[in-house]
Design a protein around this ligand. Sequence first.
Ligand SMILES: NC(=O)c1ccc[n+]([C@@H]2O[C@H](COP(=O)([O-])OP(=O)(O)OC[C@H]3O[C@@H](n4cnc5c(N)ncnc54)[C@H](OP(=O)(O)O)[C@@H]3O)[C@@H](O)[C@H]2O)c1
Ligand SMILES: [Zn+2]
Ligand SMILES: [Zn+2]
Length: 511
Amino acid sequence: MADENTKPVPGVATTSFGVPFLYRMFFLLLEPISALAGAYLAHLRKSDYLRLTHAASSPDVIPLGTDIVLSQLANLYLFFAMNEALILRATNDLRVWKRLIFCMLVADFGHLYSIRNLGPQVYWNVASWNAMDWGNVFIVYLGASMRLAFLFNIGLGFTGFQVNGPETWLEFHKNEFQPKPFGDYDVDIQIDCCGVCGSDVHTISGGWGEQHFPLAVGHEIVGKALRVGPKVTLIKEGQRVGVGAQSYACLDCRQCKNDNETYCKDQLDTYGAVWPDTGIVSQGGYSSHVRTHEHWVFPIPDALPSTVAAPMLCAGLTAYSPLVRNGCGPGKKVAIVGLGGIGHFGVLFAKALGAEVWAISRSHAKEADALQMGADGFLATSDKDWNVPHKMTFDLIINTANSFDGFDLDAYLSLLDVHAKWVAVGLPEDEGIKVRNQTFLSNGCFFGASHLGSRRETLEMLQLAADKGIKTWVEEYPISDKNLAEVMTKLKKNDVKYRFCMTNYAEQFGA
Ligand SMILES: NC(=O)c1ccc[n+]([C@@H]2O[C@H](COP(=O)([O-])OP(=O)(O)OC[C@H]3O[C@@H](n4cnc5c(N)ncnc54)[C@H](OP(=O)(O)O)[C@@H]3O)[C@@H](O)[C@H]2O)c1
Ligand SMILES: [Zn+2]
Ligand SMILES: [Zn+2]
């Protein structure tokens, strides 16, 4: 972990600013200086100002109304200068800079045009001043309000595919949204791809109950760190990074201090969580950008392609954490129930950790795939007495099933050795199953659950994957409203091998 933030990412200059030098010079230096000079002249040397700006038509005696308007203009100039500096200090996103230039052109050229074209007579005729004044002020305020909109909606650079509610959960709308305010430890990430988790379907289809809509889901994110907060030390601008399903915890409690931040009582999810101070609902990775505290932003090792790494950030970690916490390794016999996204990582990682690993699926349909992933054996629960030959032989079972339809818990538990562990990570929508003390009596097994994993485990997992060449089985789809609807439908029907990953973000959201 020590050198994670110093490792360069190939093809990405870690120090580059991302915005052309000339843009910066113009906005941060030239424009504010000239605006301040204009303000100074307009306030304190009105005759010079008029002679400089409107030499041809400038009268010797300044009309009464002009005096007031010049002061007003001067205030606006000052205001603009501060405004732009603030906005542009706050972002490296070229799209924001381009929009700002557009607003500035509307305001400044509109202003000049109105002065020049209404002509010297109208301009200097005190009787007609009102018409001129209003025209002028309208244009200036239009520009000012557009700039202000930027200041308050700096986050409107974020766009995502949102769902409006469970009744229309397959309709994705491309909307702009405001992220939480940028904090000292935050990283803004321009997203390149995002894996599709079973939890996305539970969330938008209403299976897990009420959610905060409109909502963009997606929490297996890989992209580029565009901007880092002043106190960020773990991530460098320009680095290729990932974000998983968790985006916040207190980092101060007993759990957080023991690498258990995923169990912190203050933990917040990457999407659908309400940020405590603002009421803003966090939005996930089917979006142009995500803003995340550095603790939940992970450098991606060079050896892992982005679409291979992305699904590891939720599904991979959810499988990896309970494996390493419960002793998966050489000499252990481990089973993975359910060969979906998490399940296939269960097989890949249990194998990489050196255990004997068995896949338990509902039919034989995925048997060849499981063996190709490295499984040492395969059990199909549709076979009669499927559990009998393996009773009391397993040290650990990870259950990834996302439903309890026809789920025979006793048959699964009978596989466990004395005091061995059953760890559930699947989060079915239905009521659940009934257990009695007798359920665990024949082998005294332990029954538990696991949530995601820690930062330390995420970094270890990514390194293990890089070192051992672990490859996610991934089906890539360019992100769009139609493709999101298609992959959600397929995932709901269990028609995936074994993780979808949305790609082509630059085409959809711009570079
Ligand atoms: N605990 C956590 O931190 C955490 C994190 C992320 C996701 N999750 C949850 O984990 C679950 C799985 O997510 P996923 O993305 O891997 O989903 P997925 O790709 O849809 O895989 C789920 C797998 O469960 C198996 N399954 C489904 N219904 C079953 C049943 N009635 N009995 C036995 N097996 C069944 C299927 O495998 P076979 O076809 O091989 O039988 C299916 O492929 C979801 O509920 C998700 O919300 C939990
Ligand atoms: Zn997930
Ligand atoms: Zn905590």
